[in-house]
Ligand binder design. Sequence first.
Ligand code: ADP
Ligand code: MG
Length: 809
Amino acid sequence: MVIVPGSSAIVPRAGARLSATPFQEALEAIAKPLEFAARDGFARIERLPELERNVADAAARALALFVPLDVKQRIARIEAAFGKPLPGPQKRAAVERALAELAPLRDPAFADAAIARGLGEIPGVGPRRAQLLAQRGLRSIADLLFHLPSRYDDRREQLRIADLEVGRRATFSGEIKVSDFGPRKGRQRTFSAVLGDESGVVTLKWFRGGEAVAAHVKKGVRLRATGEVRRYRFSKEVIHPEIDLLREGDDAGAAEGIVPDYPAWEGIPPRTFRRWVAFAVEHYSDLVPSTLPELLARQRELPLTPEALRRIHRPHPEADPERLRRRQTGAHERLVLEELYLLEVGLALRHAERAREPGIALDPGRPGVAAALAALPFRLTPAQERAWDEIARDLAEPHPMNRLLQGDVGSGKTVVAALAAVAAAESGQQAALMAPTELLAEQHARTLRTLLAGAPHLRTALLTASVPRAEADGIRARLAAGELDLVVGTHALFQSEVRFARLALAVIDEQHRFGVLQRQALAGRGPGGLHPHVLVMTATPIPRSLALTLYGDLDLSVIDALPPGRVPARTALLREGQGKRVVEQLRETLARGEQVYVVYPLVEESEKVDLRAATEQAERIRAAFPDVRVDLVHGRLDAAERGAAMARFAAGETKILVSTTVIEVGVDVANATLMVVEHAERFGLAQLHQLRGRVGRGARPGTCLLVARGSSEDSEARLASLLGSTDGFAIADADLRIRGPGEFLGTRQHGRLPDLRFADLVRDAKLVALAREAARDTVRRNPGLARTPDLARAVKTRWGERLALVGVG
Ligand code: ADP
Ligand code: MG
């Protein structure tokens, strides 16, 4: 959090301090003079002539609050008792009674319990309607208060009927000229009425419930109506308008102001629902806690939550309906920031909980580590060095590291991770490097071999499904006996029953889907049941806002620059019918002795069709280039066949690799310089960017041809942003904006995306960062939230279960 100069009086507690609710403040204002009078056995009570007036005034102010009637009754009794000067003996009894009256209200749990009351508290909500609301997820007063309008009707001005615009909602009034039922259809009859003013007429129609309406809406009746105007043949009509009957003397033009509009539900007329929300606001809003540090709220000039709710549910007539609709007001920001803050506090608590766990302190300063670095054929880039520094510092701590290493494809994450593994092994412990595929595991083993030229005494092994059974058993036995220092394998390494004698570091590659729960699978696998250090690597450039919410409990290292000399792939977009250009590019690439990937999408529903298309394409390419070896890999091949094909390509035997699955994420074939993506419109943006990163990894620049064979608005937007940028993070942000967080992370991720009610990770990315900073600050100053039980309770209620928080509240 920003420290404001000169405000040192607030700052030390700013991270912890939340604003009191208006209700709490009002109660304390009443209680203070009473408690003062009661001090030291009422010793001073005779000398407090102002007591009655002070208490009565404070009570009168409290009566103006938006609190329930039962609360007001208690306070009114106090006000009445202190409304007149009291003679000595009565005074003492009155103070005692008043304090007893206040006691239950001052219990911190009172307000929480009050806003958790059922909706039956609201006049007009009986059991049937309460059930209807419950089906929509509205069970308590608080649910209703936080159920925001989807839009607002600007009813400050009425239109003349002749000026009604088709397609817009409007409010207007007039007199019923004629009304009539249409022919009966089943049990329903359409009821329509023609409403006219001096300028023209419009038809109002009810397809349902016409009988009830017809009882009031008769010729000659005046009424005001609101609804969306539609065209019907040569006239205008409004279906199911909201109406107000106007009586003699009513001003038809009386403004209703800006009226919130909640999603309409069958069985609950909008006006009725609005009345219920209004009741909840009127009687409960001042009980709602404001869970943001006061200082932050003040900096952003945010209203307290009670006031924010009132501004949202009953907007000021001067408010801007458009900003309200787009949820761009300070009131909305209060709710968004509060929601994000609670989440981030939860994540920060988890982070802190884990930072306290005992772990294994390693020594990355060992000579073997320096020797490994020196054995590299290149120098680390500054970005790699920074990441390595951060990791090395974590490893040296006697607490487990939990770090996400993020870097664009080809940025050189593996070397950094492998250095960490060497540091563990050199410290006399074990390290495991895990990749999502066998091929990648083999690649990591090669990287490790380069490094180990400088540390030849370390004992390593590669453990994948293709290792013969007997050999694999041997490796497992040696791991368990502590006779191996480093093991490289697939993710199955830690899922299966592999036992380690003293696992101190687990590196997990290409696994941005690796969440809190999976990390727990590693818990206690270290020596003596300690938690090993965990480093998760991902090339999926997760936008910062998402990383901060999904991985708020991880520390983040970013490698944000490619090794020198690496030129981003040139990207071109081709359309159906431009196949000739693809063939030309293929020929030129092969003529230079370089290799080519051709990638086909494969969606499960159309697997057969896609596979056929890819097979045919492979045949066509073979026919066109009879002198070179063309391989086809697809998901139906078994792992060994696929691995063999990939190995042939890596060795340069195969020149063109046609693939239906995305080329195994992360393969590193320096001689491949051309990537052709068929049906590019069917790939996600991040995926396309990753594919493009597969080429141009050697000295020669890469080219990526995206062949689009269809289009939609979304796919065009995706392709355009890919052509427009080579920055993985900019692309990921665009992807997130186009697809939304759920899609962005893939369906499997859905369950783990925090369900945010108000915040939008795309729109509110800046607020996420702000909330995170404030949350970390809070937890640093106020460990375990010991000093703020209200906040601890709020966090636990909202996120406790999802984040598996144990030591809170
Ligand atoms: P990724 O981050 O995608 O996992 P890799 O670790 O596979 O990237 O590295 C990509 C390629 O870049 C590898 O061939 C690696 O040897 C090479 N490389 C890594 N770091 C550097 C560096 N500092 N200078 C030059 N080449 C590097
Ligand atoms: Mg990699």
